[in-house]
Design a protein around this ligand. Sequence first.
Ligand code: FES
Length: 144
Amino acid sequence: MSDTATLTPLVNEAFTAPNGPLIATGEIQVDTGTGTLETKPRASLCRCGASAKKPFCDGTHRTSGWADAGESVPAENIAELTATGPVVFVPLPNGPLLANGPLVLQNAQKQIINKTTQTALCRCGASANKPYCDGSHAAIGFQG
Ligand code: FES
């Protein structure tokens, strides 16, 4: 191997599984609400609001009747990411899941819908603008 060989930085990606969670891969850190960050290469994060293991998915979407095909339309202008490093997911109390750090967001067809370094993702299941939060969590009284 050459001394000049360079490692390609890991790209953080997340896609919306049809009627299911947000599946994130890469350099993933998750604030579990215990004061520590869990670091992992893959995380399955609740989007339906019904998981008993928030912010992680526990499979409840399969029986809760929640539905979202995850067919979000790509943003009009998608800027290239220059930042590297981990993306940190932080669930706000009774509110969205913040994604802080470089992240390539994809829909259920694995089509890139945005590239972001900070966004708020719906985890209550009620947003009309999934995968993003639109404030509906307050209207439905989301707890979690
Ligand atoms: S968390 Fe679902 S609309 Fe804000």
